[in-house]
Design a protein around this ligand. Structure first.
Ligand SMILES: NC(=O)c1ccc[n+]([C@@H]2O[C@H](COP(=O)([O-])OP(=O)(O)OC[C@H]3O[C@@H](n4cnc5c(N)ncnc54)[C@H](O)[C@@H]3O)[C@@H](O)[C@H]2O)c1
Length: 288
């Protein structure tokens, strides 16, 4: 077991990729605190974990990640329940403000940044204090997004907040490295979760996400749980300040030439050979 006796706190652990990570970390031997704003789904996730045989190693605490007092008591709860802290997964999130830039209110912008950016800042701040005091290192993982890597990857405020998460991750990684506290981010692509389906039919989201990237399956919470496990484990001892993209090749596909110009792309191309641009030399192509 890769996380035997470690103590992990997972924000947004009541749903989606956070919930998948809760179950994976428990199975790998960790003690896990589920921290979520939603008490109904939080308690249900803890009950599910207890039924799966993890009664002694799981706990739920209601938390608003945008509140400094809540973050402090969430981490204190982990120390009280399980004696220490080793891993914090700052994963809670919402879609936040949507719609055109010109229509976005300051209130909606602030809510988006409070949850997605301030929540991560507060988590890192208070976890770093505890981990530093323990003197045995630790791992902090922040959920960013491919939306934080480009334009048109998500709503404007959401994308900006996720870009902030990526940069905070790098800055904190540099600051905390001397204490052997590793700080990494995960940039998920399209993952079929309740957030992504926006309260509509999850099955339809799965079908649509199955063809949203080069990989021929839809993204699952378990894909993110696997990446989080690696970053939380000793296998990632020399990995810090990384923003790990987990997107089935979505960002690798970039401008998607294969869809727009099938002839020049390796994907689906029906010809092979050499073209020599404006040299006046003819191309040498063969049909495949
Ligand atoms: N699903 C995707 O396609 C996708 C892609 C990239 C990034 N993400 C990010 O992944 C993370 C997890 O998202 P998910 O898709 O699993 O969504 P989800 O809705 O299934 O789970 C998110 C959880 O966060 C909780 N939460 C929301 N606001 C909170 C707050 N203020 N305090 C505490 N908990 C709060 C919710 O109650 C929920 O349980 C988010 O940060 C999201 O932005 C999702």
């Amino acid at each position: 077991m890769r996380l035997a006796n470690r103590v992990a706190v997972i924000t947004g652990g009541a749903s989606g990729m956070g919930q998948a990570t809760v179950m994976r970390f428990l199975a790998e031997g960790a003690n896990v605190v589920i921290a979520d704003y939603n008490v109904t789904t939080g308690e249900a996730t803890a009950a599910q974990a207890r039924r799966a045989g993890f009664a002694d190693t799981v706990s739920f605490v209601k938390t608003d990640v945008a509140s400094e007092a809540d973050i402090a008591s969430m981490l204190a709860h982990a120390v009280e329940q399980f004696g220490r802290l080793d891993i914090l997964f700052n994963n809670a999130g919402v879609g936040g403000a949507i719609g055109p830039l010109t229509e976005t209110s300051v209130e909606d912008w602030d809510y988006t940044f409070d949850v997605l950016a301030k929540g991560v800042f507060l988590g890192m701040k208070h976890a770093a204090r505890i981990l530093r005091a323990q003197g045995e290192g630790g791992a902090i993982i922040n959920t960013a997004s491919v939306a934080g890597l480009s334009g048109d990857g998500g709503p404007l405020a959401y994308s900006a907040a996720k870009a902030a998460v990526i940069n905070m991750t790098r800055s904190a990684a540099v600051e905390l490295a001397p204490d052997r506290i590793r700080v990494n981010a995960i940039c998920p692509g399209f993952i079929a979760t309740p957030l992504a389906s926006g309260g509509t039919d999850l099955e339809r989201t799965r079908q649509s996400f199955a063809t949203s990237q080069p990989w021929p399956d839809y993204g699952r919470g378990e894909h993110i749980a696997g990446a989080a496990l690696f970053l939380a484990s000793d296998d990632a001892e020399f990995v810090t300040g990384e923003a790990l993209v987990v997107d089935g090749g979505l960002t690798a596909a970039g401008p998607e030439l294969s869809k727009k110009f099938p002839r020049v792309s390796a994907r689906n191309s029906k010809v092979s050979g050499i073209t020599k641009g404006s040299t006046g030399e003819p191309p040498h192509l063969r049909r495949l």
